[in-house]
Design a protein around this ligand. Sequence first.
Ligand code: CIR
Length: 253
Amino acid sequence: MFKNVIVKTPGNSFVNGLTTSDLGKPILEKLFEQHERYVEALKKCGVEVTQLDADEAFPDATFVEDTAVLTSEFAIITNPGAEARNQEIEAIEPAVKKFYDKLYYIEGPGTLDGGDVLQAEKKFYVGISARTNEEGARQFKEIVEKEGYEATIIPLQDFFHLKTGIAYVGQNRMVVAGEFIDHPAFESYEKIVIPQQDEYSANCIQVNDTIIIPAGYPDTNRKLNDLGYQTIELEMSEFRKHDGGLSCLSLRF
Ligand code: CIR
């Protein structure tokens, strides 16, 4: 069960953030509205929400997931791989410290984005991506193994971050898309397979008894409901324009 969530309000500078998509310029009014709905949905899932103020100096800082990995026992402050985002950790560290005595750090030359880390009970999967390098993944593995967890390192082929295409939804089940559908690392899980046209919905988050999914994917919604999951659908259009999804917007612990 998650008790807490950390989010960060997006700022007006969000429009100047990093993106690889050609979906157009985010509309701020819609962006703020979508973020508010996101926070409301989290509260409905029974977590206490710590909402950090917007920071105009860092256009992508609302994507807090990339700055830390939080477990029930310890926290890891990452070393984000994008130069423009690296200093976001300075604002996250004090917020995380309020909840944890035990903090670890990914140190240069290692880089690691939290979006490349997936936790499934006592196992972690770490993607090597444009943001997370081998040294960052190695440091991460060393830390979590010391804490009694396992870690598997997965070089990514196509996805931006590991969690762009995969989510763990409990009960030994993974929501998988693209390169993860037949990936040997996930063969022991029951899979909820997301076809290419619905790929964006593979980035969903389980928060206690609910799975939050992006709006506009009725097949994904139905698959989850048929397995007995309760879902909340949220419009994510403005975050998607900057490569963001549901997991990126919060740290859940
Ligand atoms: C970036 O390029 O870093 C942001 N525009 C999007 C980050 C998305 N984060 C995530 O998937 N964990």
